[in-house]
Ligand binder design. Sequence first.
Ligand code: FEO
Length: 576
Amino acid sequence: MVALTDLRQAPAAAGRLTLQTAAIASDSTVLRCLDWDRDRFDIEFELQNGTTYNSFLIEGEKTALIDTSHGKFKSLYLDQLEAIVDPKTIDYLIVNHTEPDHSGLIGDLLALAPQITVVASKVAIQFLQNQIHRPFGCQVVKSGDRLDLGLGHELAFISAPNLHWPDTMLTYDSGTEVLYTCDVFGLHYCDDTLYDEMPSLLEADFQLYYDCLMGPNARSVLAALKRMEPFPISQIATGHGPLLRHHLADWTGRYRTWSETQAKAEPFVAIFYAGEYGFSDRIVHRLGQGLLKTGTAVELVDLLDTDVHAVRELTMTAAGLVLGMPPQTAPDLEPILSTILAAAHPKQSIGLFETGGGQDEPIFPLRNRFQELGLKAAFEPILIKSAPTEATDQLCEEAGTDLGQWVNRDRSQKPGPALNTGLDQALGRLSTGLYIVTTKKGAVSSAMLASWVIQASVQPPGIAMAVSKDRAIESLLHGGDTFVLNVLEEGHYQRLMKHFLKRFPPGGDRFEGVATYAAANGSPILAEALAYLECTVNRRIEAGDHWVVYCTTKAGRVAKPDGLTAVHHRKASNHY
Ligand code: FEO
């Protein structure tokens, strides 16, 4: 192990952004972008201690950069990188994961150094092609592939799908025994200290990070840990927080213990798919997002990279199954399909999708076979014949949510009135109005009946509303999104309420048969509403099983000045 030899700190930029570089092993340098004040992350858990975005440079006979940084570090990062190496001499950019906190500067880097070959998983390359609007050279890698940089630095790639995106891989340098993991084993903790000397300072953030990002995919964590076993590891170079060197066995042991506990306790859905084909990765990503909204764990299994024993075990223990059929040109999958059919059982729900299929759809006979075995169809088979769109994304996400709600139907069943406690009854005496939230974002629209809505500020005019985490509309109510809050009228709300309480199929049109006109922000205004407000989501906070969404509003109108708002009276708090 090479000692720390070069520790520099770049001058502070606006918002307390600093940059630290250090040698971490032979020919290997870290560029740590320190974001001292970040208090919230995309996945919306609160950060107490800021975060860092770590990028790495390996200079063998060939030069490779591993991940970049957040876009807010553009000048700090690129200036520092150019001080270390001429970007035009970088041969490879290894992309372990494509979320913008790591990929935010790839476009800028490629503008400086278009000769760079981007090395990543197939799905990561697809995501980057949508992120970076310029052509770039690329090399798709998967588990077992190697890339020799010379001077002993042979890189090995380890697929780690679902940690926490389907694009994720780990990169191992056999010359230094450093494992580069991006999000995996990371924590949001900002400090000049490069390594994990004081684990007691890090434990809480390490666990929060695991719980938020990795815990929902516990089985995938265990699979990644298994794939790591053949590699002796001297340090784990994470993408967030300090690098892990002094307590390696402890950190990896925690991941193993937490994941084993989680995997035993929670129902999960196994998604079998063939990542090589069509748009499977994007479909799987969206299905997985829909499932995760309901708190359902997901296990991804690439049909072309597994064996019948693993498939049998997963099929028997999963609460739900999704099977993504590749085109008939794919290698023979009959042994795997037979195994799934033999191990599936009537307590499960099944969903199927097909991507790139021809006219002769094998998916419907397959659906029938599962139904004959007693499995419940979670959603109608999804057929994707051309490039997915926003509408297909919505369909897949809602299909995943439907399946997740079915899997959790027992856990989420509310007790009947007789079982309500005094607390439930007292809380249920809070009364609210009745509203329909309507939204349109691009080609995607959605709506929901809402009652937990209050005015939250006078200046600026603002409201707060609670949205259940497993609502389809939840994904359209992030910061900056717009919607209309339609106020229902006392005595005239039954028809609209009944309509929007219906269970819509994934991707179903919520507005069929309902008169609407477009608000300035593009969302539908219900013609029968008593009043409406045009709202913009300012921020949202996690509140147990709901998001509390704070929104500002700049426009609104009352259609019937004498009308009264419909009031919602309840007897207990555990029902809407
Ligand atoms: Fe640190 Fe998933 O990005």
